[in-house]
Design a protein around this ligand. Structure first.
Ligand code: FES
Length: 231
């Protein structure tokens, strides 16, 4: 984990949300599934948690963590303002080296948090299918989009799947995924769990607690990405 400064260089409308592109040192750029805590010098009591949606060598596109902002990135963020970052935080997605058929599944949430996996997946020649019912904008031509009604079929096809789900919906979705997995051929699956990450693990506030097979885990530092088998 590093601390440093960055600058907002562009505001983006992505998947119906206001996101931002931030220029910052490379060591501050989270990997897909990890996050950054951002302070902007305003009187906001808590830092803003952001996750990567795409990255380039000297900048990163980020969008808000749904739990913290009903509206996307703070309204007063404008190109040019400086921010302080603490990043990268948490454990993110780990694409298996053997994965060639990749499913990205967003359960009733915008697909932004899974977008960071597209570039590494395509660069290794994998086929990628997005599954979800919320609007998905500007997907690369190589990426197919399917509605949630096609989930069973896509899961059957994929050899790796990444999911994005809120903590409130987790139990029901894990049960559904287990049922689908029994008939599938994919070997690995990881779940991004959206919870508040108020302190990023520093104060051990416990607000991000998740129940797993091996007991309570903190999504802010043990996650927010967990193996499906742990849940
Ligand atoms: S956010 Fe405080 S312990 Fe996880």
């Amino acid at each position: 984990m590093h601390t440093g400064r960055g600058r907002i260089v562009e505001l983006i409308l992505q998947d119906g949300q206001r996101a931002a592109r931030i220029s910052c040192p490379a060591e501050l750029i989270p990997a897909p599934g990890q996050y950054a805590l951002v302070s902007d010098g305003s009187n906001a009591p808590l830092p803003v948690p952001l996750f990567v949606t795409d990255s380039a060598p000297d900048s990163v596109a980020v969008a808000p963590w749904r739990h913290f902002t009903a509206s996307p990135v703070p309204d007063h963020w404008m190109p040019g303002i400086e921010i302080a970052l603490r990043a990268p935080l948490g454990n993110g997605f780990k694409l298996p080296a053997s994965a060639r058929k990749i499913a990205l599944v967003a359960f009733d949430v915008p697909p932004s948090r899974l977008r960071g996996l597209i570039r590494p997946a395509l660069s290794r020649g994998a086929a990628v299918v997005f599954v979800g019912d919320l609007p998905v904008e500007n997907l690369p031509d190589d990426v197919e989009a399917q509605p949630m009604s096609a989930l069973g079929e896509v899961i059957e096809w994929a050899d790796y799947a990444a999911f994005d789900v809120t903590r409130e919906d987790l139990t029901g979705w894990v049960e559904r995924l287990r049922e689908l997995n029994q008939a599938s051929t994919w070997k690995e699956a990881q779940v991004f769990i959206q919870t508040p990450v108020t302190c990023g693990g520093v104060a051990e506030c416990g607000v991000c607690a998740i129940v797993t097979k091996s007991g309570w885990k903190m999504a802010c530092k043990d996650g927010p990405v967990f193996a499906l088998g742990e849940l």
